[in-house]
Design a protein around this ligand. Structure first.
Ligand code: TLP
Length: 341
């Protein structure tokens, strides 16, 4: 099966499985797991931050970050299609007690002027703004990147008003590869960042929250409150260390696969695809045809041993990743031509 539904579907590599088997372990809640400590040190170094914290998932990373940055009753400003707003089951409201102020972005990027206007002046009537959140790459915009300049411009506005900035960098390394910069340059203007091991990096579990030492200490306590204190978590960290060493350099290949799929789709009737969004490992498009809906199209792909998922009656997202080879990518292109041509 060729699974285009998401890069979260990747299975651990042999190297990861061996590293898990051989990992040196201890009680991470007490800070005694050497493999977790090594991963957190490596993550902090890659993001150019003081410290890092291993969490169970991207969602948990974003949640502990919101909890550590804000007070209940404050406002969080974020893009209206942001994962933290759209897909995290309202955890920002239910668990962090935040009010969301969503803004419409452009290819996932917030306009700094809109952010400034959304930071309402202090008043007895209004909530104060506790956090601005960015997403890089932006999932629902189709894996689009925020540049260093775009990130810095929003951070400048937020910081001028005393508001911290968190980046949901689930796929920050894809952005770094696409933009030709280091991930730490993209993280530098922000106060904190979460990145995921379990998406394009192909590890089975885990995300890292990175920031200054005080922030990470607070986040660690919130992780415990949320039940995310794990004991011999080195079995997770071991695969993560392998992912950072061996999978990170491989990411440009996934972008090339996405470009091939996008080029094939772009020629086909009834496909509405903005090629400007094809920047990383995602291809987001609309199917505007009388003969099939997006779910029916995905159903047809099953005959070619391809798993795909529609996001609505017209919208489809494909994600390329390590478990789809270049040969399989070409098979996908051929299948698309047969089904839609
Ligand atoms: N994204 C997943 C899910 O929506 C299923 C996907 O397939 O793309 N931030 C961003 C930008 C994400 O894309 C995701 C997951 C998360 C956070 C949450 O990560 P997890 O699933 O580890 O909680």
């Amino acid at each position: 099966m060729i699974d285009l539904r998401s890069d979260v579907k990747t299975l651990p590599t042999d190297l990861m499985r061996r590293a898990i088997f051989e990992a040196e372990l201890g009680d991470d809640v007490a800070g005694e797991d050497p493999t977790v400590n090594a991963l957190e040190a490596r993550a902090a170094e890659l993001m150019g931050k003081d410290a890092a914290l291993l969490v169970t998932s991207g969602t948990q990373g974003n949640l502990v970050s919101m909890l550590a940055h804000t007070q209940p009753g404050q406002k969080i400003i974020l893009e209206q299609d942001a994962h933290m707003f759209y897909y995290e089951s309202g955890g920002l409201a239910r668990l962090a007690g935040l009010m969301a102020h969503p803004l419409r972005g452009h290819y996932g990027a917030l306009d700094p002027d809109d952010v400034e206007a959304a930071i309402w002046p202090p008043s007895v009537h209004s909530p104060s703004t506790g956090l601005v959140a960015l997403e890089n790459t932006h999932n629902r915009a189709g894996g689009t990147c925020l540049s260093v300049e775009q990130t810095a411009a929003v951070c400048e506005v937020a910081h001028r008003h005393g508001v911290p900035v968190h980046i949901d960098g689930a796929r920050i390394f894809n952005a770094a590869v696409a933009l030709g910069v280091e991930a730490r340059e993209l993280a530098a203007p922000a106060d904190s960042i979460t990145f995921c091991l379990s998406k394009s990096l192909g590890a089975p579990v885990g995300s890292l929250v990175c920031g200054d030492t005080d922030f990470i200490n607070r986040a660690r306590q919130f992780r415990k409150i949320l039940g995310g204190g794990m004991r011999q978590a080195g079995i997770i960290a071991a695969a993560g260390l392998v992912a950072l060493e061996y999978e990170l350099p491989r990411l440009p290949e996934d972008h090339e696969k996405a470009r091939r799929v996008a080029a094939a789709l772009n020629d086909l009737p009834g496909v509405k695809l903005d090629m400007a969004t094809v920047q990383t490992n995602m291809v987001l498009f609309e199917l505007r045809r009388d003969d099939m809906t997006a779910p029916e199209f995905c159903q047809r792909l099953a005959d070619y041993e391809i798993k795909a998922a529609a996001q609505s009656e017209v919208r489809v997202r494909f994600v390329t990743h390590r478990d789809i080879s270049f040969d399989e990518t070409d098979k996908v292109c051929a299948a698309l031509r047969e089904v839609l041509g």
